[in-house]
Design a protein around this ligand. Structure first.
Ligand SMILES: *[C@@H]1O[C@H](CO)[C@@H](O)[C@H](O)[C@H]1NC(C)=O
Ligand SMILES: *[C@@H]1O[C@H](CO)[C@@H](O)[C@H](O)[C@H]1NC(C)=O
Ligand SMILES: *[C@@H]1O[C@H](CO)[C@@H](O)[C@H](O)[C@H]1NC(C)=O
Ligand SMILES: *[C@@H]1O[C@H](CO)[C@@H](O)[C@H](O)[C@H]1NC(C)=O
Ligand SMILES: *[C@@H]1O[C@H](CO)[C@@H](O)[C@H](O)[C@H]1NC(C)=O
Ligand SMILES: *[C@@H]1O[C@H](CO)[C@@H](O)[C@H](O)[C@H]1NC(C)=O
Length: 529
């Protein structure tokens, strides 16, 4: 999900200086690794990108998503061309000129005042990470290192104008008593629904994009709206309910009072990217967001102390448990949560905490095992395990279902949802592990994962989600290609094999880009850490 970049001058990494003042309790990290590109692998990923794009362009554009088998389309993101906007930063990084031109020419024609069906709500969160994030990233790349791809100044300006038009329509979401936004907005004209609560991730994954928009346009309002909402997540109330472990919060927040209404949480979907953005907004600007960094450190320390869990059959693996209040863990996780290793590594590198990096690497190894142990070589949407230190027959720590007991004995987890929906998180975290270590083992893992997905999910005019990762061939296709296939899976699969570039994550302190949760790189504005 997130990321960061390295600064390269004449092919040599510029090493940041590690001042004793920001060294953590762990020993200083080793020297920056050296990286070795595999251009032929990167080219194979680009082949898959072009094939998916051509299918989308022929049968679905400018609708949102391709249905690759029926060669038709679906408007699952309000009909503004979600796959096109999500594909742009990947096309830019790949230098895919034909695709870049097709998308850049399309952007000024989008009408963000209406949706394809104004009775269907616009999700503030999904629209922010995909459309706003995609447009801001494209503008950052095209006005920076990739300005050779800009057709004209008018086209460049239109990208930022469109981002601002979209935010102008979306900002009504923040118009609540507490300033906590409502996630569902209706357009034509913009107005909120009567939702009473919003979730930790959907509230806490706005600050990077809305702050970037303010910094780029000079209009402070967008940053103020997102930061006012976020401030209530930094001091969550009521304390005992909202924060069952230091830094680890509940999920749902009352939009009137700004108070949490439960203590359920962890690193799974619904809460995940709130933690991710605490460290990413600090990387974006270390001078304005120290509080966010401190809260990320609290969450990481508690996660290592309270949530780290090892399966009975594979104590060598490490996953993070979820919780329902204090002292009540559930040993379930999934593909979405596998971004966690990458996020621990990213923050560990930035804060000189080799202990966080090492813990992140253990999470990455374990999520990789969910790929290495299935019939397709692709990991499942949901999985569970039995913790090796809580009472084994406790109601919150059951063993595997009988039909998966052999699988559990070898793999260290059992499958609770067998789908693969073209999600990125495992490859994303493997990418961070590679950037932290330079170990080519991670490039091989990402390559094996990419080849497995390419083999199993290629169908019709593109790629499709599959129903069962643990049967050869993937069971059946659902005939759907989500836009994050372009934004994330293909981007991280490419970056880990590609040459050094300004947006590649750095193991030092000189990152100039930070990736939003949809893998759109944003230009860092703060001073280097
Ligand atoms: C979706 O594509 C169809 C067929 O190409 C086209 O008629 C329609 O206008 C598109 N819808 C949107 C929302 O762009
Ligand atoms: C969208 O609405 C704004 C504000 O009413 C207006 O200025 C703009 O021209 C509209 N854009 C389109 C494409 O209709
Ligand atoms: C623990 O959480 C479960 C829900 O998963 C709930 O049913 C149970 O009552 C909780 N136990 C305690 C002691 O809070
Ligand atoms: C399992 O449950 C039984 C009673 O149902 C209890 O006697 C035993 O101590 C439990 N074992 C563990 C490991 O929790
Ligand atoms: C990806 O799939 C396509 C289509 O099946 C195939 O032609 C190509 O060789 C595959 N790429 C790799 C690296 O296996
Ligand atoms: C397989 O998926 C297709 C849609 O992609 C569907 O039409 C078909 O009914 C499914 N078959 C089974 C056996 O579920």
């Amino acid at each position: 999900m997130a990321s960061f970049t390295s600064l390269l001058v004449g092919g040599l990494a510029v090493l940041g200086c590690i001042s004793p003042a920001n060294a953590g309790p762990a020993q200083a990290r080793p020297r920056a690794p050296s990286y070795q590109a595999y251009p032929e692998r990167a080219a194979a990923v680009m082949e898959a990108f072009d094939r998916a794009w051509d299918g989308y362009y022929q049968y679905a554009f400018p609708n949102d998503s391709l249905k690759p088998i029926s060669k038709s389309f679906e408007n699952d993101r309000n009909g503004w061309g979600a796959s096109a906007i999500d594909a742009l930063s990947t096309a830019l990084i790949m230098g895919d000129k034909k695709v870049i031109d097709q998308i850049v020419d399309y952007i000024p024609t989008i009408n963000f005042n209406k949706t394809n069906d104004d009775s269907v709500p616009v999700s503030l969160f999904e629209t922010t990470i995909r459309y706003l994030g995609g447009l801001l990233s494209a503008h950052d790349l095209l006005s920076g290192p990739l300005n050779n791809y800009v057709g004209s100044e008018e086209k460049l300006a239109a990208i930022l104008d469109q981002a601002e038009h979209l935010a102008e329509n979306l900002k009504v979401a923040f118009n609540t008593k507490s300033g906590i936004p409502i996630n569902d907005v209706l357009f034509g004209p913009p107005r909120v629904t009567d939702e009473k609560t919003n979730g930790l991730a959907t509230i806490g994954t706005l600050i990077l994009e809305w702050t970037r928009l303010s910094d780029k346009t000079g209009n402070k309002e967008y940053a103020e709206l997102a930061q006012r909402a976020e401030s209530q997540l930094l001091l969550p109330q009521p304390r005992a309910l909202a924060e069952p472990y230091p830094g680890l919060l509940g999920t749902n927040v009352d939009v009137e009072t700004g108070e949490f209404v439960d203590s359920v949480g962890g690193w799974n979907g619904g809460t995940d990217s709130f933690y991710e953005y605490l460290i990413k907004i600090y990387i974006y600007d270390t001078s304005r967001f120290t509080k966010h960094k401190n809260r990320w450190v609290d969450a990481i320390d508690s996660s290592i102390k309270y949530l780290a869990s090892h399966p009975t059959s594979r104590p060598d693996l490490t996953f993070l448990a979820a919780y329902q209040g204090n002292n009540n863990l559930t040993f379930r996780s999934g593909h979405l949560a596998c971004f966690d290793g990458g996020n621990f590594i990213l923050g560990g590198l930035v804060l000189d905490r080799q202990d966080y990096v090492n813990f992140g690497l253990a999470l990455v190894d374990s999520c990789h095992e969910t790929y290495a142990t299935t019939a397709t070589g692709i990991g499942p949407e949901g999985f569970a395990w039995q913790d090796n230190k809580v009472g084994f027959n406790a109601t919150n720590n059951p063993g595997p279902p009988a039909e998966q007991s052999d699988f559990y004995a070898d793999a260290g987890y059992w499958i609770t949802s067998s789908y693969y929906i073209l999600r990125p998180e495992v490859i994303e975290s493997i990418y961070y592990a590679y950037r932290a270590t330079g170990d080519s083992k991670y490039q091989d893992w990402a390559w094996e994962a990419f080849k497995a997905i390419n083999e199993t999910c290629s169908v019709g005019a593109g790629f499709s989600e599959i129903e069962n990762v643990n049967v050869k061939g993937g069971g059946n296709f659902t005939d759907f290609q989500d836009s994050f296939w372009f934004a994330e899976v293909l981007k991280y699969s490419y970056l880990i094999q590609a040459e050094e570039a300004p947006w590649q994550i750095s193991a030092d302190h000189d990152n100039e880009w930070v990736f939003n949760t949809e893998a759109h790189p944003m230009k860092v504005v703060g001073k280097h850490i």
